[in-house]
Design a protein around this ligand. Structure first.
Ligand code: CO
Length: 156
């Protein structure tokens, strides 16, 4: 084994510096949303099994859902159930059954993050940011073009 003639730290690889110039758009996992038939039963399950309790509960009439947010560190588990038959979550439950519905990524500027998705040719559900639950501003990105995951961009 010879003596290292070159210090890898001085190799001139500037990759790390270059990526540091671009601030990441996603700052936190805001929530993991799970579609359920019986909101009360799901809340009980999370409390009794994991000790996770409801931090916020809200009916979002425009989306036809009732949701319960269970805080886990700085993120939430969002349990979702439809309030009417024509709600997108009702259709989801009919088609796929209970389970993971979408992932909410926290961003500091929802409009800028949405523009970044569009600039990359991504398919969006919301052309403009709109009000979400607990006073947030949100926009949904279509799962087609996002590797099969419905993404919600969440600005607090
Ligand atoms: Co959500």
């Amino acid at each position: 084994m010879g003596i290292q003639a070159r210090n890898p730290a001085e190799s001139g690889d500037t990759g790390a510096d270059e990526s540091a110039d671009v601030a990441p758009l996603l700052t936190e996992i805001d929530h993991v949303a799970i579609a359920v038939h019986d909101l009360g039963a799901a809340i009980d399950y999370y409390r009794e099994t994991f000790g996770a309790v409801v931090d916020h509960r809200e009916v979002v009439e425009s989306d036809g859902v009732e949701e319960a947010l269970l805080k886990v560190a700085e993120s939430y588990i969002q349990l979702l159930t439809p309030t009417r038959d024509d709600s997108p979550v009702a259709k989801y439950l009919e088609r796929k059954g209970e389970g993971l519905h979408h992932v909410g990524y926290r961003v500091s500027d929802c409009g800028a993050a949405l523009d970044a998705v569009k600039a990359q040719g991504g398919k969006v559900i919301d052309e403009q940011p709109r009000p979400g639950s607990r006073g947030t501003t949100v926009a949904f990105v279509h799962p087609k073009g996002a590797f099969g995951t419905l993404i919600e961009l969440v600005q607090e």
